[in-house]
Design a protein around this ligand. Structure first.
Ligand code: GLU
Length: 426
């Protein structure tokens, strides 16, 4: 019943993130021991808050921003997930992103549920002062609903360690106690963990490396294209290059650069630090942004936003392996096309889990008042990514399905076990 209804809903608008997330849960649950009741509980968030955030602009005017926080499912622990500052943020996107966090945390066996927040804004058009007031305003509006045992935000698209620092400070001013474990992705000076900034990109590299091994390949000599050169893509590119791959193309919102002999990623990072974009980099030639996805490479890393690989371009993708750095970069239709063409997709909930895994280390470190070294963080991240990848690949082989439904099956089994134990479902 739930299945039939939702499949219909999904079929109408499967290109939007919320329908995609629902479809993926329904499809994945078929490869788990979960009952229909579990699926029913997973198809909508437990809670969604919508808040108005008044901000005094530098010119003296008042602007009221809209903010959201979705807490999707807390059966395994407090909600966990980033806060996105982006003009395209909307309630359905936040819900979808929170659903993916639930699945990601369950898959990686972290003691968390899924959450996600967002503010409809263009952070690039805000001065540092305005950004600070907006970050603090977000916490003022949502403080009663967050906390180390309730909901632990982190950075996402458009937010940074500095934004987390303002949020921790605001939270301390409101509650009267300094609670670094209420936020992760903080600066080192404020209880941040070494390696958090690099963690998502490094995790993508580990996941890609494992998947390449399964395909009988290895990182040295493989060619890679990376869509997005922000907090995720720039580090993924760096680690692939360090591992001996040739990163031949990189794009950002402004444009794309290509060099079939491989881009010098460290030089490119310096260029981006100087100019704010990959465009104009002397070590490659300019290509159309959309062309990046269609290049003849071994590995494609979409590390920008949702819905980038869709029914209109999936048929022309030449990569052998897609490693999803962004959340939801492949639509449901595109996923089917890629599978039919024999292209392996390492799904977002596995490929980009390095971020939340190291967030968990940060939270655990804050709570225990111990400190971890960068080497320890890397070693534990690598071990975790390898374990989770192996579990998913093993399930995929057993059910003879792609990695995504296998990963959902593993995650939903864990969620179902906790729901049954807590008496939520039969
Ligand atoms: N925003 C990241 C994600 O989508 C990290 C979330 C976190 O660290 O809590 O996985």
């Amino acid at each position: 019943m739930v299945l039939a209804q939702s499949e219909q809903a999904g079929a109408e608008t499967a290109a939007d993130p919320l329908s995609a997330a629902r479809r993926q849960i329904i499809d994945g649950a078929r490869f788990s021991s979960a009952s229909d009741e579990v699926v029913q509980l997973l198809l909508q968030p437990a809670r969604v808050y919508e808040v108005a955030i008044p901000v005094r602009r530098d010119d003296g005017s008042l602007e009221v921003f809209t903010g959201y926080r979705a807490q999707h499912c807390d059966v395994l622990g407090p909600a966990k997930g980033g806060i996105r500052f982006h003009p395209a943020v909307n309630v359905d996107e936040v819900k979808a992103l929170a659903m993916w966090m639930t699945i990601k945390c369950a898959l990686t066996d972290l003691p968390y549920g899924g959450g996600k927040g967002g503010v409809v804004c263009d952070p690039g058009s805000l001065s540092p002062g305005e950004l600070e007031r907006l970050s603090r305003g977000y916490v003022r509006a949502l403080a009663p609903h967050i906390g180390p045992d309730r909901d632990i935000p982190a950075p996402d698209v458009g937010t940074s360690a500095q934004v987390m620092a303002w949020m921790v400070d605001e939270y301390a001013q409101i509650t009267g106690s300094f609670e670094p474990a209420a936020f992760t992705g903080k600066p080192l000076e404020l209880g941040g963990i070494p390696g958090r900034a690099e963690a998502t990109g490094l995790g993508i590299f580990f996941a890609g490396r494992e998947a390449l091994h399964d395909l009988g390949r290895s990182v040295p000599g493989t060619t890679v294209a990376v869509q997005g050169f922000g907090k995720v893509g720039s580090y993924a590119a760096r680690y692939f290059a360090q591992g001996g791959a040739r990163v031949v193309a990189v794009s950002d919102v402004f444009g794309a650069v290509y060099n079939p002999d491989g881009l010098d990623i460290e030089q490119l990072r310096l260029h981006v630090d100087r100019t704010g974009t990959v465009k104009g980099f002397a070590g490659g030639r300019e290509i159309e942004r959309d062309q990046l996805l269609l290049l003849p490479v071994d590995v494609l890393v979409p590390a920008a936003l949702e819905g980038q690989i869709h029914a209109g371009n999936a048929g022309a993708i030449q990569a052998r392996l897609v490693v999803e750095g962004a959340n939801g970069p492949t639509t449901v239709e595109a996923d089917e096309i890629l599978a039919a063409r024999g292209i392996t997709v390492v799904p977002d909930i596995l490929a980009n889990a390095g971020g939340v895994i190291v967030s968990y280390f940060e939270w655990a470190m804050n709570r225990s008042r111990l400190s971890w070294t960068a080497e320890e963080v890397q070693r534990r991240l690598e071990a975790k990514m390898k374990t989770v990848y192996a579990e998913v690949a093993d399930r995929a082989r057993r059910i003879n399905q792609p990695l995504r439904p296998a990963a959902y099956g593993v995650a939903i089994d864990r969620l179902a076990g906790a729901m049954r134990a807590r008496g939520w479902v039969k």
